[in-house]
Design a protein around this ligand. Structure first.
Ligand code: DNO
Length: 401
């Protein structure tokens, strides 16, 4: 696998020189300055490529922009809102521009309103560093008492609703404000940054959209854009829901292996592929990474390796979890990487041009120097470097074994 690293652009506190020292081989990036629905101009794409290819002192970095994460799908597309046709046209134009610059792998997601969601961005761990955390009870506090979504009670058991009321009663205004911001303000790389009022307004656009309708909208979107992607030789890859269950009563449709099996068979072309994120999928206790790769590996275009540990409190099928160190959570990373390497070998035997799959160490705990810096949530230097070092060690051991 090609060892890539997410870079947020020239404003990222981590430089191309830093990436080189971490052993990074390629870069994952996006033009976050353009809101979903806007065209990414070719000149801006080339400017980002140039920034990736150059060290701070002007020397070549040896790095290339390998994966676009993400070319965001707008809420208008997800809900088939008024400007649908214009947003589809803009998406296709961005694909044309990316292809003109030589980009091939395009990640996106189809999560309604909220992209990846955590309730606490820095929970102190036993080792003294911090990890991101999703506490289902805190999420219920937000939903029931801060957002005050109508009908929210129906989404929790009555015992859980009572526990949420109790927890809310003990929370300060500052704690409520932090919780609200953690959930709505948008974590790094999220499609959108909302206010509470925005979330309320967008919720109204989903009153008629259940899982079946949202899936139909995803298929309509892909039916519009995959012909362009195919013609351009692009590999689009859908990122799973994070966490892999419904939030705010909204449908979430890309949470498990069966969802991907349906997606790749409904539009059965190589341009319609998968971002295999072990961190998102792994929160589901039924997730079997090896079975997933064995069945659907041929359509995996991009890999996020990350680990999570499920924990209490739980309510029904939904659980809390924290982001574990890469080799310490519920997902067996050695078995996962072994299966991915088998998939690469199969592709090589089949002479597939895309036999090297880009992977990135997804997220990292804040450790050592990260704790003294204002690191981006989930994207610190030392924690991710530890993750990459551990993952590349597994790859090296399995490759030479
Ligand atoms: C979080 C990421 C997400 C992801 C998008 C993909 O760290 O995995 O922001 O990039 O959901 O579209």
């Amino acid at each position: 696998m090609k060892q890539t690293w997410r870079w947020f652009g020239p404003h990222d506190t981590i430089s191309t020189a830093d990436m080189r020292q971490c052993g990074v081989e390629g870069v994952v990036s996006a033009l976050h300055q353009f809101n979903p629905g806007l065209v990414w101009p070719e000149a801006e794409i080339r400017a980002r490529q140039a920034a990736i290819e150059t060290m701070p002192d002007g020397a070549p970095s040896g790095l290339t922009w390998d994966v676009v994460e993400s070319l965001p799908v707008s809420e208008t597309i997800k809900t088939k809102g008024d400007a649908y046709a214009a947003h589809i046209a803009a998406y296709c134009e961005s694909l044309e521009n990316l292809a003109a610059c030589g980009l091939e792998v395009i990640c996106y997601n189809f999560m309604p309103i909220l992209d990846w969601t955590r309730t606490n961005l820095r929970r102190t761990m036993d080792h003294g560093g911090t990890a991101m955390h999703f506490d289902l009870l805190d999420f219920a506090v937000f939903d029931l008492h801060i957002l005050r979504r109508s009908g929210a009670e129906a989404d929790y058991s009555s015992a859980f609703t009572q526990q949420a009321a109790h927890r809310f009663a003990g929370m300060s205004d500052a704690a409520c404000e932090t919780l609200k911001n953690n959930i709505v303000a948008g974590l790094p790389g999220a499609n959108d940054n909302w206010t509470l009022a925005d979330v309320q307004a967008h919720l109204a656009t989903y009153t008629e959209i259940g899982s079946d309708q949202l899936y139909a909208n995803l298929i309509d979107f892909l039916a519009e854009v995959t012909p362009t992607a195919e013609r351009l030789g692009l590999r689009m890859c859908c990122h799973p829901d994070d966490p892999p269950f419904s939030l705010l009563g909204l449908p979430r449709i890309m949470s498990r292996q069966a969802d991907y099996a349906r997606l790749v068979s409904d539009i059965d072309v190589p341009a319609n592929g998968i971002t295999f994120c072990t961190g998102s999928l792994g929160v589901d206790p039924a997730f079997d990474p090896v079975a997933f790769i064995d069945d659907l590996g041929h359509r995996i275009h991009f890999v996020h390796l990350r680990n999570t540990t499920r924990e209490q409190p739980v309510d029904g099928q939904r659980s809390s979890f924290h982001e574990a160190a890469h080799l310490e959570g519920d997902t067996d990373m050695v078995a996962t990487i072994a299966a991915l390497l088998r998939e690469e070998a199969k592709r090589q035997a089949d002479e597939r041009a895309d036999h090297v799959i880009p992977m990135r160490p997804d997220h990292g705990q804040d450790i050592i120097d990260d704790l003294r810096k204002n690191s981006m949530p989930g994207y610190p230097l030392a924690g991710r470097m530890r993750g990459l070092a551990e993952l590349r060690g597994i790859m090296a051991a399995l490759t030479t074994a």
